[in-house]
Design a protein. Structure first.
Length: 285
């Protein structure tokens, strides 16, 4: 189906993307490639998941993966030792619930699949030790309601991770972000909020502690870059403008120099749709 046809389904948009030779790297970075089991294992070994695993250290029990998509995070949570429920409203075999079921059968991991939206979770109060949502909050039709539901189904002392959420600095930036998004023009499902809007929704929901992970301050938000590959990309870009690569490598080669650069860059980072993550705790009983 051509890109200028009427709006596609999410699955059709991903199929279209996978058929574009010049988008192969984006397909890999988004884990849209097959075999799905290989893509899921690559995610489990990624720098993004290693940082998430650090946040999950010492926790166990039942985990809910909200807006699970193809199931890569459900897979990672199961490999981490959690008993996983994947919530995914789309039933499709490539990017939805059927893909997750196939992934579970292929890998031998027990992942329960429930087809429902995040604004009305079909679970009893305090059902899960961890609720995980990757790139979900910015898609919600009711952000406040979704955050309340995440809190409701968490057990006291539980952890909610809302990761890789698109942020804009001004409402006027939303149009520019949507115009730049590679799939929005195909299926029309993208969105972004002000950072304050996310934080307000999480606070109103009742989370007792909220940690905000910035775009340049966490490996979760840096992906598909790693800290090292980002450093190399910055040196390459600077060297193209000023032919002084040895100097840039010297200045940015040590941890403190690069950390200082990222800190400075973060103050002026107003890219529409840049990624933030949220680490949220439910008060204990």
């Amino acid at each position: 189906m051509s890109a200028d046809a009427k709006m596609l389904t999410w699955e059709d948009a991903v199929v279209w993307l996978r058929e574009q030779p010049d988008q192969r790297q984006l397909v890999l970075d988004a884990y849209y490639d097959d075999p799905l089991g290989v893509a899921a294992e690559r995610y489990f070994r990624s720098g993004e998941w290693q940082e998430i695993a650090r946040l999950l250290a010492g926790r166990g029990g039942k985990a809910l993966d909200v807006g699970a998509g193809r199931g890569i995070a459900s897979y990672a949570l199961a490999r981490q030792g959690f008993k996983v429920t994947a919530l995914e409203p789309d039933g499709s075999p490539i990017v939805g619930a059927e893909a997750i079921r196939n992934l579970g059968r292929e890998t031998g991991l027990a992942i329960e699949v429930v087809q429902e939206f995040s604004e009305g979770l079909p679970f009893e109060d305090a059902s899960f030790d961890v609720v995980f949502a990757r790139a979900v909050l910015h898609h919600t039709r009711d952000l406040d309601g979704a955050c309340r539901e995440m809190l409701r189904v968490l057990r006291p002392g539980g952890l909610f991770l809302g990761v890789r959420e698109h942020v804009i600095s001004r409402e006027e930036d939303l149009g520019r972000f949507l115009e730049q998004h590679p799939l929005h023009k195909l299926y029309g499902g993208e969105h972004a909020y002000l950072l304050a809007r996310y934080v307000a929704a999480l606070e109103k929901a009742g989370f007792s502690a909220i940690e905000v992970l910035t775009p340049l301050g966490s490996a979760i938000n840096l992906f598909p870059y790693t800290r090292e590959s980002l450093r190399e990309a910055i040196i390459d870009r600077l060297s193209q403008r000023i032919p002084a690569r040895p100097l840039f490598e010297l200045l940015l080669g040590n941890g403190r120099g690069f950390d200082h650069l990222l800190s400075l860059a973060g103050r002026f980072d107003n890219r529409p749709g840049r990624l933030y993550s949220f680490v949220c705790h439910k008060a204990g009983s």
